[in-house]
Design a protein around this ligand. Structure first.
Ligand SMILES: [Zn+2]
Length: 421
C-alpha cells in the first residue's frame, strides 16, 4: 500500500506554533470568545472495553483507566485500523486516544488512526513501555494518510504509525497518561509535608472524590486557588500546575514565608470521570465543565463553588488570586481585562511580566477578555464572585516538557514574591 509522504506543508503546519511564539508580531490570537451553552446532563456513549484479538498473534486493549479505543480491526496483513469517537457531541476538537498493543512474536505493524467525519487528528502520538515514561513517536514512523481542509488549512484527518511490537505491552497515547491514580500518587507525596492536607469536597457523577489540597499554615485571611484538568486531554496544563504547586510546597525561603501568610487551595483533578474514561473534553454528564460556572448543573463545578463560598463566608478571608490550568494549540494567557479591578489590581500582569523576564527569547502571549464576555468559565466566576485576580493558564500541546515545568515553577515563585510585597 502507498502512503502520502511526511510532506513539507505538514511540517510547516506543526512548526507554525513554534514559529509564531518566536515572533511577537504574529502571535496566535487564541480561541474565539466562548458562548453560552446548556450544561444540563445528557447521555454519553461508553466504550466497549476489552482485549481485542487482531489475528496473527496481535492484540489490542482498552482495559485500563484513561483508555480510548472505540473500534479496532485488521485491515490487511500489515495494517490495523483504529476508530476514535468522542463521548458525545457537539464537542470541541481534542480527540484523545490511548490503547495498548502487543504481539506474540516481535513484528512491525502499521496502525491507522481514524475519526468521525466531523473530527480530525490533533495529538502527536506518544509511546511507553511502562505507562509512566513516555516519548514521542519518531517522525520517520509517522505519516499523514489523509487531510481535511479547515479554514483553508490542510489538517491531518487520518494518520499512520509504524510500530514495533513484541510480547511486552506497548502503550500508545495522545499525551502522557495521567489518570486519577497518578494524581493520587502525587498527592500522597505532597501529604508527607506537615503543611499539606487533603479533604474531599464532593463527588463526580461516578462517585469519584473531588479532592482539595490545602497548603499553608495561615489563618485563611489571605488565600489563593488553583484548578486543573477540567478537560481530560489537557495534560500539559496539568504538568504546569504540578510544577506550580510543588514550588509553593518547596523549601525555598519565599515559599516558607508565603505559607505562613497565605493558604493555597488546589483542586488538581476537576474531572476524574472524564480523565479515567478517556474523554475528549466532557465530564460523565456529557458537559464541558468550563461552561458551567454560571448555572452549576454539574456536581464537579458545584462542589468547588460551595467550598469557595463557604470558605469566604466562614472566615471573611479573601481569595487574592485564582488560576485554572489548561492546554491548547500553543502557550497563551487568557486574563481578565486590566481595567477591571479585583482584590489586588495588576497582580496577574505583574506575574506574567516577571515570569517572562526569566526566559530569553520568550514573549508572553496575553489575551485579555472584556467585561461584556459571557461569564460561564471558572476564571470569570473567580473574579466576579470573589474579586480574585484570575487567569486561565494555557500551555501548548507540544510545548517542550522541560519548559512547561520551568514556566510553572517560575510563575509560582514570582506570584509568591508579588503577594508578599
Ligand atoms: Zn481546556
Amino acid at each position: 500500500m502507498k502512503y502520502l509522504k511526511y510532506n513539507t506543508s505538514f511540517y510547516i503546519l506543526i512548526m507554525l506554533p513554534f514559529l509564531w511564539s518566536c515572533n511577537q508580531k504574529t502571535q496566535w490570537e487564541g480561541q474565539k470568545p466562548v458562548s453560552k451553552v446548556n450544561t444540563q446532563t445528557v447521555p454519553i456513549q461508553l466504550q466497549h472495553k476489552g482485549v481485542f484479538d487482531l489475528g496473527k498473534g496481535v492484540f489490542a486493549s482498552n482495559e485500563f483507566d484513561g483508555a480510548r479505543l472505540n473500534g479496532v480491526a485488521r485491515t490487511n496483513d500489515t495494517l490495523i485500523t483504529v476508530l476514535l469517537t468522542p463521548e458525545n457531541e457537539p464537542i470541541n476538537m481534542s480527540p484523545w486516544f490511548a490503547f495498548k498493543l502487543w504481539s506474540e512474536i516481535e513484528s512491525e505493524i502499521f496502525v491507522k488512526l481514524t475519526y468521525p467525519e466531523n473530527a480530525s487528528h490533533r495529538y502527536y502520538p506518544k509511546l511507553s513501555f511502562d505507562g509512566l515514561s513516555w516519548k514521542t513517536l519518531d517522525s520517520a514512523n509517522y505519516q499523514i494518510s489523509r487531510t481535511t481542509e479547515i479554514e483553508s488549512m490542510q489538517i491531518p484527518k487520518e494518520i499512520i504509525m509504524k510500530l514495533s511490537i513484541n510480547p511486552d505491552t506497548l502503550w500508545v497515547a495522545a499525551q502522557e497518561l495521567i489518570t486519577s491514580t497518578h494524581v493520587e500518587n502525587w498527592i500522597s507525596k505532597l501529604l508527607t509535608n506537615t503543611y499539606v492536607t487533603k479533604t474531599k469536597i464532593g463527588e463526580s457523577h461516578k462517585g469519584k472524590p473531588i479532592n482539595l489540597l490545602k497548603i499553608g499554615e495561615s489563618d485563611d485571611q489571605k488565600m489563593i486557588f488553583i484548578l486543573s484538568r477540567q478537560h481530560p486531554p489537557e495534560v500539559t496544563g496539568y504538568l504546569a500546575m504540578k510544577a506550580f504547586v510543588e514550588t509553593i510546597c518547596s523549601d525555598n525561603e519565599i515559599a516558607k514565608n508565603f505559607r505562613k501568610k497565605y493558604n493555597t487551595y488546589v483542586v488538581p483533578l476537576a474531572n476524574p470521570d472524564g480523565v479515567d474514561n478517556g474523554h475528549w473534553r466532557h465530564n460523565y454528564g456529557g458537559v464541558d465543565l468550563n461552561r458551567d460556572w454560571a448555572d452549576f448543573n454539574q456536581p464537579e463545578t458545584s462542589a468547588i463553588r460551595d467550598f469557595m463560598k463557604q470558605k469566604t463566608a466562614n472566615t471573611s478571608g479573601k481569595f487574592y488570586f485564582a488560576v485554572d490550568f489548561h492546554s491548547t494549540w500553543q502557550d497563551i494567557y487568557y486574563t481578565i481585562s486590566p481595567e477591571l479591578k479585583g482584590n489586588m489590581p495588576g497582580l496577574v500582569s505583574d506575574m506574567i511580566t516577571a515570569t517572562g523576564n526569566e526566559f530569553t527569547d520568550y514573549e508572553p502571549n496575553i489575551k485579555p477578555s472584556d467585561d461584556l464576555d459571557t461569564r460561564i468559565t471558572s476564571t470569570k466566576f473567580f473574579f466576579y464572585e470573589f474579586g480574585a485576580e484570575s487567569l486561565t493558564f494555557e500551555i501548548g500541546d507540544n510545548t517542550p516538557r522541560e519548559f512547561v515545568k520551568k514556566k510553572g515553577g517560575v510563575s509560582a515563585l514570582k506570584l509568591m514574591e508579588l503577594l508578599l510585597e
